[in-house]
Ligand binder design. Structure first.
Ligand code: XIL
Length: 375
């Protein structure tokens, strides 16, 4: 790891993008338990925004009413603050990794609206309140929009228990607990036309009601072949046209064969040898293809640097990526910038090389189309 001991400004990703946007990463449970020191070192050197991959989700923070487990979340804060990184909270209100007690009695009967809403508000007050002033950005509501055509919102336990207002109430509760925090609506596939339009409508409804939502988080679980850059660009323009900031919150570029495009964590397929072609090593040609894809995507991000505040990767290195287990259990994927030995990949070098081409221009938003919603 010789490059890690070089002067920061020449060798660290966070410095290469310092005047553009935050460059983030997600830290795994193992990392936050001190069981993957290599990841922690790479994170502290190269990234200036830290998200907990799992440790701040409701199931891990509050598995039963009033029983809080703060250790890993506290560790995330300590790690971030020791290297001047911004801490991002992920996530307050989601239909996954959320214990049933939020919406059900111990006997499995549904809670009434008031009780479920109270559970949500109490959770948000406790978690956001504890880290007030320290967690700078929160993914307040995660994945509330439906994947199904003709259906606006996902029929989640939150929607069933509280109704559509659960979204506005979550943002209000988070804002009340920390008025300075940047509050994000976060989702996958919202760069694609169907969910993009639903997201725009939802954000507009929230803004019309003066709900404190500040940014849209595009997760960015992408692939070598999808989505098209035009889709991503269109989404960034449209979200920004509402006056919202844009965050790329969970970026990875999978290189394995894919039948499923999305990040619904319930999606599962069977493991076959054809679906797991690179069990030993990533072929150089594929590594190059990935580097070019990352380069194109970052060129786009740089063009929109005035509306993008953060680009976060979903993990530090290939060995711990969730894509080794999603949507097929037990594959060997290579979606990130660092390999299993914590070494930078061609994609890393491509992104380090990009900075120069943009450092001399301030790149105004020439293609913004604020009128597009009216059509
Ligand atoms: C994933 C984690 O990476 C996995 O370790 C976990 O088993 C399931 O959740 N969208 C999100 C993230 O918002 O929280 C998900 O993280 C990936 C999809």
């Amino acid at each position: 790891m010789s490059f890690l001991s070089q002067p920061p400004s020449l060798h660290y990703l966070r410095d290469a993008y310092q005047s553009k946007f935050l460059i983030g990463t997600a830290l795994s449970v193992r990392s936050l338990r001190g069981e993957d020191e290599g990841s922690t070192t790479v994170a502290q050197n190269h990234f200036n925004a830290f998200t907990a991959e799992n440790s701040m989700k409701p199931a891990l923070l509050q598995p039963s009413p009033g029983e809080f487990h703060w250790e890993e979340a506290d560790r995330l804060l300590d790690l971030a603050e020791s290297c001047g990184a911004v801490t991002v909270g992920h996530t307050l209100v989601w239909h996954e990794q959320t214990p049933r007690w939020f919406f059900e009695t111990p006997n499995g009967a549904p809670l009434n609206r008031e009780a479920a809403l109270n559970n949500m508000q109490t959770h948000i007050a406790a978690v956001v309140g504890r880290y007030r002033g320290r967690v700078k950005q929160w993914d307040v509501v995660n994945e509330a929009i439906s994947d199904e055509q003709g259906e606006e919102l996902r029929p989640s336990p939150w929607l069933q228990a509280v109704g559509e207002e659960f979204i506005a109430e979550a943002f209000r509760a988070a804002h009340k607990a920390d008025p300075e925090a940047v509050l994000i609506y976060n989702d996958y596939n919202i760069e694609l036309s169907g969910k993009r339009d639903k997201t725009l409508r939802l954000m507009k409804r929230l803004l019309d009601q003066e709900v404190p939502v500040h940014a849209v988080g595009i997760q960015g679980h992408w692939h070598l072949d999808y989505p098209a850059l035009e889709e991503i660009e269109c989404a960034i323009e449209l979200f920004a046209s509402l006056g919202l900031r844009v965050m790329i919150t969970e970026l990875d570029i999978g290189v394995l064969p894919a039948q499923y495009q999305g990040a619904n964590i319930q999606s599962r397929q069977t493991l076959t040898p054809e679906m797991n072609p690179y069990t030993e090593v990533l072929p150089e040609a594929v590594a190059q293809q990935q580097a070019e894809r990352y380069e194109q995507i970052f060129q786009l991000f740089l063009r929109y640097q005035t509306v993008i505040d953060r680009v976060s990767f979903w993990g530090v290195h290939d060995g711990i990526s969730w894509l080794n287990h999603f949507p097929i259990w037990g594959r060997t994927d290579y979606p990130l910038l660092f390999d299993r030995a914590y070494q930078p990949k061609p994609a890393f070098h491509a992104l380090m090389g990009l900075e120069d081409s943009f450092s001399h221009s301030s790149t105004p938003l020439t293609t913004m189309a604020p009128t597009v919603l009216a059509t």
